[in-house]
Ligand binder design. Structure first.
Ligand code: B12
Ligand code: SF4
Length: 445
């Protein structure tokens, strides 16, 4: 049986494919479960020809369509309609992060199945049932299938990276070019109000054993690894042993990883060890320089830990990508203060996100009746969905200015690729991003 897995393109996003275009690790995972038994193809619509070209030579029986972000919804919907025209006989299966956390827009899809959560095992069971004639969609109702929450990565197959080998040299993430994605763990025991990730695992921390991590790393040719864990260092002792195992194995990579500032402060010797084996940059959710804001976000962190962590990273030659939240009620003065603090702290690669009630989060539940737009494309953390205190034009103007000022402010400390900002990939991609932010107010209908 031919199974086609499709990753949608999001052509209009602020964070464009010129700034980051990463491998669809999610689909490589799904493919890892299916490919020992079925013929699996992955089609990445950011890099592969349109589906009508594929349809001239290829006929899938089952098609999996990813809806990775809420912002992907309009494109995924368009693709699903095209799929029904090109391959009317094929069963269509939806999956991915948005499909897992929200039913917003989902009823518009003429799909046969929706798989919520980790997709591989459920998809495999579904294919077996389809083959045996046991599964049939009734009355045009989409059938919802759900994986029991996994407790260990030993329960799921390794990602199949061979299928997309044709594109691996093209995938990149900001200064990491080319880059490969890898997952050492998932979940987080904290419960920040704007974050969905802890809910996906019920605050449990799911880990992959070191042997499997090393096996996966040995299959990856790229020198740069983007570790997509929600918080990579929740189990510090395990990470110390992993660093030692990587060192002993002789594998040499350059890592970009996510972690909390207070984790780095508490376990600075492990950070030193990771710096030694190639930790090149970290993404720290600094969020704010106000203790009240941190409390409001249930961050369970304090500002002094952000400051201490930045020093620890810099002492270890680790570049700091810190993310700060822009609140819709920011005044001009708030933007200015944030700018000054980011520059003063010498954040190497600053990034900013507008406080966004992403579907499924506590923040969404609290504010869902106050949203000024329900356009899925605006759930991108660059648009405000909550009313602003300043005029909306002025808000976007200040946001764009903050991005420009903090990037040039830190230019003297730029990295080997001369990136003054995390998302900075070629000559004018950053300027295009700024322009999209500046004109953000035009996107509300
Ligand atoms: C890596 C990453 C990125 C990367 C690259 C993604 C890529 N491959 O192209 C980059 C930096 C580009 C990125 C960008 C954005 N991201 Co991002 N990203 C992630 C991150 C950290 C990891 C994703 C990942 O690879 N996970 C590992 C895989 C294996 O897990 P998975 O995706 O859950 O997949 C499993 C299941 O969902 C399921 N599944 C997945 N697809 C399918 C398909 C089918 C058919 C089936 C059956 C099953 C299935 O099976 C998979 C394997 O078991 C997640 C956080 C997270 N933990 O998921 C955020 C996350 C997905 N991103 C998020 C956001 C908001 C964004 C942006 C909109 C905003 C921003 N400012 O960054 C942009 C959008 C860019 C765009 N062009 O549209 C949000 C999404 C929230 C939402 N409702 O939309 C997340 C959840 C983080 C968060 N803030 O909570 N992102
Ligand atoms: S924002 Fe980070 S620390 Fe907070 S719950 Fe999400 S992953 Fe955990």
């Amino acid at each position: 049986m031919n199974v086609l897995l499709i990753w949608p393109n999001n052509p209009n996003t602020v964070l464009s494919n010129d700034l980051s275009c990463c491998e669809p690790l999610s689909l490589e995972y799904v493919a890892g479960a299916l490919s020992p038994y079925y013929e699996v193809e992955i089609w990445d619509l950011r890099l592969d020809p349109p589906l009508e070209v594929l349809a001239t030579t290829y006929k899938p029986e089952v098609i999996g369509l990813a809806i990775p972000f809420t912002t992907s919804l309009p494109y995924a919907l368009r693709i699903s309609k095209q799929i029904k025209q090109l391959w009317p006989e094929a069963s269509l299966v939806l999956g991915g992060h948005h499909a897992t956390v929200s039913d917003m827009w989902i009823n518009l899809f003429d799909a046969d199945y929706l798989i919520s959560g980790e997709g591989g095992n459920v998809f495999l069971k579904l294919l077996r049932a389809i083959e045996a004639g046991e599964r049939k969609r009734k009355n045009k109702e989409m059938i919802l299938l759900k994986e029991d929450k996994i407790v260990s990565f030993d329960e799921i197959a390794k990602p199949n990276r061979a299928i997309l080998a044709r594109h691996h040299h093209k995938y990149f993430h900001s200064i990491y070019n080319p880059v490969a994605l890898i997952r050492f763990s998932a979940g987080c025991p904290f419960n920040c109000s704007f974050c969905i990730l802890w809910k996906l695992t019920d605050r449990k921390y799911i880990v992959k054993n070191n042997q499997r991590i090393l096996e996966e790393m040995a299959e990856i040719t790229s020198k740069n690894l983007y570790v997509v864990d929600d918080e990579a260092f929740i189990q510090p002792e395990r990470m110390r042993i992993l660093a030692q195992d990587i060192l002993t194995s002789g594998i040499k990579k350059r890592y970009h990883m996510y972690l909390r500032a207070d984790t780095a402060v508490r376990h600075h010797t492990i950070i030193e060890k990771w710096a030694h084996i190639g930790l090149d940059s970290v993404l720290v959710g600094a969020e704010s320089f106000s203790e009240d804001d941190l409390k409001d976000y249930s961050k369970k962190a304090v500002v002094k830990d952000t400051i201490k962590a930045v020093h620890i990273f810099h002492q270890n030659d680790i570049k700091v990508r810190a993310n700060f939240i822009i609140k819709p009620d920011f005044t001009e003065d708030d933007f200015k203060k944030l700018e000054e603090s980011v520059i003063k702290l010498k954040i190497d690669l600053p990034s900013f996100a507008v406080l966004t009630p992403l579907p499924g989060t506590d923040l969404y539940i609290k504010h869902k009746d106050k949203l000024i737009s329900h356009d899925p494309e605006l759930f991108d953390c660059y648009h405000t969905l909550l009313p602003t205190k300043m005029s909306i034009e002025k808000f976007y103007d200040c946001f764009a200015q903050l991005m420009v000022n903090t990037s040039t402010g830190n230019k003297a400390k730029s990295t080997e690729s001369d990136a003054p900002m995390f998302y900075f990939s070629n000559d004018n991609s950053f300027e295009k991003m700024i322009n999209k932010i500046k004109t953000g107010h035009l996107q509300y209908s």
